[in-house]
Write a protein that binds this ligand. Structure first.
Ligand code: ADP
Ligand code: ZN
Length: 668
């Protein structure tokens, strides 16, 4: 290898990662390896740039041969060969070190030229575009970021900006500034929004010389080439999903995390890291600036902004004075009282018809299908929740309700405790049914569906997006996939079929998710000249997650949410550690879970425990899954304790397996 794969920074980051998320150092180091490191010849496949002489013999200072004999030797070699060579090839031919060539490039004696193999994904790019003039709000935020970039201290910004307020524009300018100062930058986006539109937007402004895009639909070879360009210092900016936070970008002075609240920033395999935490750590090591942007930040980040751990920036308005659509809640309990049992309220149905008649476009949003059943009152929409954990009870077929955090159980009541209604029914399944109803309700309309089932690979998603943009689809029905990143001016109506789906997940973040989902979906409407309308159907119009979303009052909702989290000891006030025990048969798993908890209880009185309880996904691939939660105010100490406690447990091949998730995001 021309140089070692890991320097002191990588080692120290890997060490931290292993400790912070309880993985082995090797598992942590793997994150920093190139995508196909198993075969070294691939890693060092020919780079896409080659070196040629930029001068002729006559231009060379005669004294050069004495002052820098090695460089002179290399330059002579470059001048004597016909074919441009890679850095490695030329260094070998001239018998000098590759860094000697860098010096020659610096002095203008050698120059890089592009060879074959510029990334295919950049094929879509048009010519470089000019920047718009910043709005006054953008300018204020930009100035703060630039100030931070010019100081060597690490600093973190939380940029809250409504959808369409021009956050991406700020990201691009900040990156340009970093490039001008000779630094490197990482731009993280959720995998789902890493679309050709995004790549085009960034690529057309920054150009492709310095840009590498990394995401999961690239071939290993493409990813490898990108990795290598960063590693060699050929490119200094990486745009990528979660794992790009580990990219071998040189002199990182800026890390941007777009849609900071997205759950996909947490990896659900070992090491179970959160890209935000890694970014903050990496920034701290390098004195870099972190910019986290979102229209709906995570409640945790919002809190740290309030505590002035992060500097807050705010873009309250859309650019071009486009108004933000108001979200209107439709009470489905009322509909039922009026005898309407269809999935469409009369209001939403009429609104869709109206838009179709006007040749405008409609997005109908469905949440992911539920993974567990719960009990809901048909009249008032009440769902039963565990009083200790504030999560929805899951309905089990033996007619019990069970809390999947603490394992509290109860028999379903005969009557609704809130409205005394007698019809308590099971919910949480059947989005296909909903989709079918959409097709039936609007027979003449051109309807398309977009979710993970209907979309295989990026091509199909892109083709749906393209035909939707061209106006060939009237109604697009979709899940999370259409909630973000889409910019279709023809969309004037967004309907949320059931805003309550996320509300009932057995997850303490269910209210936060609901608020974010509704707000993000609403951001899809009214991007063009016609004012947008957002209708959200719910049985809980009074729930803070929905009522404050409708009032566009994020601070009040977040304050209220924080109060509840504080009372129950949830993040950001405590760290949560989830321990999953899986195996077969179930009684054995249970015994292990109990045993583990007894050991962990010894770690201290300041740690609170929940469980053990069956995990919401109780059976997975033939194994039974139980979990328990620890809430701790002192993370590092607790993690050390867990490590010690587990080191005395010897796990054989037939025994239950133990997995630990520090700061879990998905609780399945
Ligand atoms: P966000 O990332 O906050 O959703 P974008 O940065 O994507 O917003 O901006 C939304 C749209 O407004 C984009 O089409 C962008 O090109 C445009 N835009 C951003 N800033 C400005 C500006 N200062 N003047 C005019 N148009 C702008
Ligand atoms: Zn409970």
């Amino acid at each position: 290898y021309p140089k070692p794969l890991f320097g002191p920074e990588e080692w120290s980051l890997a060490n931290w990662l292993a400790k912070r998320y309880l993985s082995t150092p090797v598992q942590a180091l793997k994150m920093m390896l190139p995508p196909a490191a198993s075969s070294s010849d691939r890693l060092f496949s020919p780079p896409h740039r080659r070196l040629v002489a930029a001068v002729s013999f006559g231009d060379v200072d005669p004294n050069f041969s004495c002052r820098a004999p090695k460089q002179y030797q290399a330059l002579k070699t470059a001048l004597s060969i016909a074919e441009p060579m890679t850095r490695q090839e030329l260094a070998a031919r001239a018998e000098v070190s590759p860094s000697t060539l860098d010096s020659l490039v610096g002095k203008g004696y050698l120059k890089w030229i592009a060879a074959e193999g510029i990334d295919e994904q950049f094929a879509v790019l048009g010519p470089k575009t000019d920047p718009p003039e910043l709005t006054s709000e953008q300018a204020v935020a930009m100035q703060a970021i630039e100030e931070s970039l010019s100081t060597p201290q690490a600093e973190t910004f939380l940029l809250r900006g409504v959808t369409g307020s021009g956050k991406t524009e700020l990201y691009i300018r900040a990156i340009q500034r970093v490039l001008a100062d000779g630094g490197g930058a990482i731009l993280l986006v959720p995998e789902i929004s890493l679309t050709p539109q995004m790549i085009r937007m960034v690529g057309e402004r920054l150009g492709t010389d310095e840009l590498v895009v990394l995401h999961s639909s690239l071939t290993a070879r493409q990813r490898n080439r990108g990795w290598k360009r960063l590693y060699d210092g050929d490119a200094r900016v990486v745009l990528g999903a979660r794992s790009a936070v580990f990219a071998p970008c040189k002199n990182v002075s800026l890390i941007i995390i777009d849609e900071e609240h997205e759950t996909s920033y947490k990896q659900d395999q070992v090491p179970r890291y959160h890209a935000r935490e890694v970014a903050l750590k990496r920034a701290q090591q390098q004195g870099a600036t972190v910019v986290m942007g979102s229209a709906t930040p995570s409640v945790e980040s919002y809190y740290w902004g309030e505590q002035n751990h992060y500097r807050r920036l705010y873009l309250p308005l859309r650019v071009n004075q486009r108004p933000l659509p108001r979200i209107q809640l439709i009470d489905m309990r009322e509909e039922r009282k009026q005898g309407n049992r269809s999935i469409f309220s009369r209001r939403l149905f009429a609104a869709v018809r109206e838009r179709l008649d006007a040749n405008e476009q409609v997005v109908l949003f469905l949440n992911h299908r539920g993974y567990s059943a719960f009990l809901i009152c048909a009249d008032c929409g009440l769902t039963l929740r565990c009083p200790d954990c504030n999560v929805t009870y899951t309905y089990h077929w033996k007619n019990t309700l069970r809390c999947h955090y603490c394992d509290r159980k109860m028999r379903p009541p005969d009557r609704c405790p809130s409205c005394d209604g007698v019809e308590l029914y099971r919910r949480g399944l059947g989005t296909q049914k909903v989709e079918a109803a959409v097709y039936r309700a609007f027979p003449g309309a051109r309807v398309a569906r977009m979710d993970t089932d209907s979309v295989r690979g990026r091509l199909s998603r892109e083709s749906i997006y393209a035909s939707f943009s061209r106006g060939e689809i009237d109604v697009l029905v979709g899940t999370q996939m259409i909630a973000k990143g889409w910019d279709v001016p023809g969309v004037t109506l967004v309907g949320v079929i059931d805003a309550d789906t996320a509300l009932h997940f057995p997850d303490f973040r269910s209210a936060e998710r609901t608020f974010q989902m509704v707000t993000q979906v609403a951001g899809r409407a009214g991007r063009g000249p016609i004012k947008g309308e957002v209708l959200a159907q719910t049985r809980h119009p009074e729930h803070p997650a929905l009522s404050y979303a409708a009032e566009d009052d994020l601070p009040t909702f977040y304050q209220q949410e924080l109060k509840e989290r504080e009372a129950l000891g949830y993040p950001p006030f405590r760290h949560l550690i989830r321990i999953i025990i899986r195996g077969d048969p179930e009684p054995l798993v249970r015994v292990w879970a109990d045993d583990l908890m007894h050991r962990l209880r010894l770690l201290g009185d300041d740690i609170a425990f929940l469980g053990p309880a069956p995990a919401p996904l109780t059976r997975l691939r033939g194994q039974f899954r139980w979990h328990l939660y620890m809430k701790t105010p002192v993370l590092a100490k607790t993690l050390e304790g867990i490590n010690e406690a587990l080191s005395t447990v010897s796990v054989g091949a037939q025994d239950p397996q133990i997995a630990i998730d520090v700061d879990p995001i998905q609780m399945l």
